[in-house]
Design a protein around this ligand. Sequence first.
Ligand SMILES: [Zn+2]
Ligand SMILES: [Zn+2]
Length: 155
Amino acid sequence: MSQPSDAATVGVNPEFWVKAVRSYWQGGGYRLTEPRQRMLDSMVAYAAPFSAEQLYADMQTVEVVAPGRATVYRTIEQLNGAGWLARIHTQSGEGYVPSFPGHLHHLVCTRCGKVVAFEGCALEGLVERLASQTDFMIEGHLLQLYGRCGECQRV
Ligand SMILES: [Zn+2]
Ligand SMILES: [Zn+2]
């Protein structure tokens, strides 16, 4: 039995994230069109989870070469599936934040929407116990913690 490792926060550096997604697209043979590249820049600029509709609307107002609604939705779905965007449950529904492929979970501030990713959720013991108690073949889990970030506790 492996010892559960400590939880560690994972920061998303905007420049690094944009570069990483670009090379993921290039490696997968996807075309790096201007609207798609602009979408990445817009995604990392949000301070809180964004919805597909919000990203689409925001890009119509500021971009000369704005992507169509279908492109925005498809791109978000693709990046979420590959782990480059994480789906976050918010009070108004759900939204997305830039993330990295791998086993990550998120802390979400219910006041300002700030999201912090972490790894090392250490649920293995619980999953093993539940699997043997219930005869379920457990394939995955969802975990999101919410509360107030440091800044929002002081206001
Ligand atoms: Zn906050
Ligand atoms: Zn986990």
